[in-house]
Design a protein around this ligand. Structure first.
Ligand code: NAI
Length: 273
């Protein structure tokens, strides 16, 4: 269903790799709601995914940018304003990657070069993006910036590895930069803490099948899908949430406030028999 929630709004969407990506679903939904945007991803992802297909479907341009490179982000933001014909109203940061996770390094046996790369891609890239937007005066007043997080930032999920630390860092950047963006530019900054979701990044985490099933059984409303995450993101881009800022917003079917559910207890008790 479409409500024209984003009619007349312009933005940038980072991180659509393939049709499973949360950013992909968000781009489709923003398009349905009347928003215009530029798509961006790391140059290497252009070769791996099928972002071109999404660009055609939504009538968007693609401007490649490695989100760890400030020059790339500067070029992206300038070109996006040119292409879209004005300042921006929304930005989605939907980027995450840990080299330690990819290489299967245990949390107690990290390669710190990989750790550095991981926090640069997953967290500092959000600071870099906001700093460029801030310095270039690229956001309209009452604009909205959103990044995606996961609850391993607050609770222990052993296999989530250093991505847990990266997400804690990301959420802190959202608050710290959000203060200045709010005070100086009347722009809001939030993170959405999403349920486990079967995407390229998600399924790369060891034991993913187990914790997506566990989270689903634990959550009174079940896991939130990528499409539902897209819908929630739209509300944060819309004018209906103007005073929501500096928040980490759980979008997880209730998981984050659960102790135990009957289903999880039943499964556990079955194993005891
Ligand atoms: P995805 O694999 O589809 O998206 C990750 C994106 O990050 C890819 O498009 C990739 O090309 C991009 N990326 C990696 N390095 C980059 C760089 N240097 N510059 C620019 N882009 C780069 O997976 P998904 O799940 O859609 O991930 C989106 C966000 O959602 C991430 O922040 C992820 O941590 C977060 N998230 C995912 C959950 C899941 O279970 N899938 C749960 C909670 C949060």
């Amino acid at each position: 269903m479409s409500y024209n929630l984003l009619k007349g709004k312009r933005g940038i969407i980072f991180g659509a790799l393939d049709e499973n990506s949360i950013a992909w679903k968000t781009a489709e939904r923003v398009n349905e709601e009347g928003g215009k945007f530029v798509l961006t991803n790391a140059p290497i992802a252009m070769r791996m995914g099928n972002i071109q297909q999404l660009a055609e479907k939504t009538g968007s341009e693609i401007i490649p940018a490695d989100a760890t490179k400030v020059e790339d982000i500067e070029n992206l933001v300038e070109k996006a304003m040119e292409v879209l014909g004005g300042k921006l109203d929304f930005v989605l940061h939907s980027i995450g990657m840990s080299v330690n996770v990819r290489k299967g390094n245990h949390y107690t046996d990290m390669n710190y070069d990989f750790t550095t790369k991981g926090w640069d891609v997953s967290a500092v890239s959000f600071h870099k993006t906001m700093q460029v937007l801030y310095k270039k005066e690229a956001m309209n007043e009452w604009g909205s910036i959103v990044a995606l997080s996961y609850m391993a930032a607050q609770r222990v999920f052993p296999d989530y590895n250093d991505m847990a630390d990266n997400k804690a860092y990301l959420e802190s950047i959202a608050r710290s930069f959000g203060y200045f963006f709010g005070k100086d530019k009347k722009v809001r900054v939030n993170t959405i803490s999403q349920s486990p979701t079967p995407t390229t990044a998600g399924t790369g985490v060891k034991g993913f099948d187990g914790f997506i099933a566990y989270a689903d059984k634990m959550s009174p409303l079940g896991n939130a899908t990528a499409l539902e995450c897209a819908d929630y993101t739209l509300t944060l881009f819309s004018d209906l949430t103007k005073k929501v800022t500096l928040q980490n917003l759980y979008h997880d079917g209730g998981f984050s406030n659960m102790g135990v559910s009957q289903e999880v207890m039943d499964t556990f008790m079955k194993d005891q028999e």
